[in-house]
Design a protein around this ligand. Structure first.
Ligand code: PEP
Ligand code: MN
Length: 342
């Protein structure tokens, strides 16, 4: 999808939910005035609990049509059922997106795909709530099989497994990067608003996403965020978006210069040494395995792994690497070591 809307990263902006004709139009005009080309607004809102504001529904389609007429922006909305798709197609909505809760349900995605058959509109597929890359890919495959040629993915983070997370939805960038590795030409956008859950963090995550080479941003913007009927804490004002974009310096160049090429060769060399070192470590692991077998010592001794882990964390800290990173690496190494001993 990159390029469809001009050069550089695409910015899709607008409120979490369309709430009133006035709120939609005021927000849209402010965004259009700053050069935003695609407007988002949710009409059908999938809420976690019943009783929340679940969207204005079909009546909002006319408001989006008015946005298109008055500002020239393309308009995008979320669809979750065949009825939503039919109504949005009928209203000439330009871009459809599938929300995280829907992507997780293959039956729902298939119904949407079946209804889109014969209507080659651009469709953005948000990642499912849980970090399941195959489920995300599977949803896009269903749409592709239905003849959708302008597919995009939206990385909006994953439900955290602890209350202590600073993010509403944890980025897990590795999953989006793996998606890009497998589908290099797929447009992958980032939704920093749903990742953060708090507007103060949106700028920093947007910077990280564009630095990594994401194709664009899907950002929630509301003319009066503090009184928004959904996701009030994470929406930006149009002015705040303008300021945020002015501070971002997207990078868009795939050509590796000579210096970059040389640096990459050094990385390749490091990786060779790394794998070699791991292989040597595993050889020792197998010797220990042999020893344990002869002396009837159980393979897993958690107190020993605790000690190994604490040692590695201490060494990594001195080298400026995070505890989370080295812990993940040591767990992966330990898993393989156990596998080699049993
Ligand atoms: C949204 O974009 O308003 C939305 C509901 O997002 P998600 O599906 O990512 O939770
Ligand atoms: Mn939202």
């Amino acid at each position: 999808m990159n390029g469809l809307y001009g050069e550089g990263p695409v910015v899709i902006a607008g409120p979490c939910s369309a709430e009133s004709e006035e709120q939609v139009l005021v927000t849209a005009h402010a965004l259009a005035d700053m050069g935003i080309k695609v407007f988002r607004a949710g009409l059908w809102k999938p809420r976690t609990h019943p009783g929340g504001f679940d969207g204005v529904g079909e009546q909002g389609l006319a408001w989006l049509q008015r946005v298109r007429r008055e500002t020239g922006m393309l308009v995008a909305t979320e669809v979750a059922t065949p009825e939503h798709v039919a109504a949005a197609l009928n209203a000439g909505i330009d871009i459809f997106w599938i929300g995280a809760r829907t992507t997780a349900n293959p039956f729902a995605v298939q119904q949407i795909a079946d209804t889109l058959q014969g209507h080659d509109v651009p469709v953005l597929v948000k990642n499912p709530m849980s970090p399941d890359l195959e489920l995300w890919i599977g949803a896009m495959q269903r749409l592709e099989a239905a003849g959708i040629t302008r597919l995009g993915a939206v990385h909006r983070g994953f439900t955290p497994n602890t209350e202590l997370s600073e993010y509403r939805n944890v980025p897990h960038w590795d999953i989006a990067i793996e998606l890009k590795r497998r589908y290099p030409t797929l447009c992958i956008m980032c939704d920093p608003s749903h990742m953060c859950g708090r507007r103060e963090l949106v700028g920093e995550l947007s910077r990280q996403a564009l630095t990594m080479g994401f194709d664009g941003l899907l950002v929630e913007v509301h003319c009066q965020p503090e009184v928004a009927l959904s996701d009030a804490a994470q929406q930006l004002t149009p002015d705040a978006l303008l300021q945020m974009l002015a501070n971002l310096h997207p990078r868009h160049c795939d050509d590796a210069g000579e210096e970059l090429e040389q640096l990459r060769q050094r990385i390749d060399e490091c990786d060779r040494e790394l794998v070699n070192l791991l292989a040597r470590r595993m050889a020792v692991v197998r010797e220990i395995g042999h020893y344990k077998q002869i002396r009837q010592v159980p393979v897993v001794q958690t107190s020993r792994f605790d000690k190994v882990l604490r040692h590695a964390i201490e060494l990594a800290r001195v080298e400026g690497m995070s505890e989370a990173f080295i812990t993940a690496v040591m767990h992966a190494i330990h898993d393989e070591a156990v596998r080699q001993q049993v």
